[in-house]
Write a protein that binds this ligand. Sequence first.
Ligand code: GRF
Length: 189
Amino acid sequence: MVKKYTCVFISGQGTNLNNLIKKSRDYSFPIKIKLVISNNKNASGLKFAKKNSIPILIIDTKKKNFESMTLLNLKKYKISLICLAGFMKILSKKFINLYRKKIINIHPSLLPKFKGLNTFRRVIEKNEKKTGCSVHYVNEKLDGGKIITQKSFFVNSTDNEISLRRKTQKLEYFAFPEAIIKIYRNINF
Ligand code: GRF
């Protein structure tokens, strides 16, 4: 199978990155991770790229040319899918337009509910009965693109921010791979 070359963007612990690396070892999983990009040189998730000999690019988002540097590298590695997995920077409209329908993000809520940060705290404050995660295409609106996959669970009275994070992340490890399979299901490799 010819796999789609993929770049994963991270800023932190990278457990979704690690999960996608593991999944992509399966010959029938449609992507191969060719590059990991981080805006944080200390992101602990970079260890997963190193362990698996995946090239890493550290970008400095304070520098004007960070998107052109990124674009150059995406071309160099022939990237056709970008997975944002805990990437804490907003990409420009220009960048998003160049990779329209090719950038997907995982978000820890049932979008369109709780866009942005601090989702778990807000879920508790609002006494939500259900929460979960969403994988969606990225467009110029924050957490606003078309939803590809969602997974949910019931919130119970003993849940707190920590337990919600743990339960949500467990679901994310199913949702992200499932979304990727869904995207490529109808394409012949
Ligand atoms: C995930 O919960 C994801 O939904 C959010 O950032 C977190 C990243 O976690 N966008 P990790 O770095 O993959 O462990």
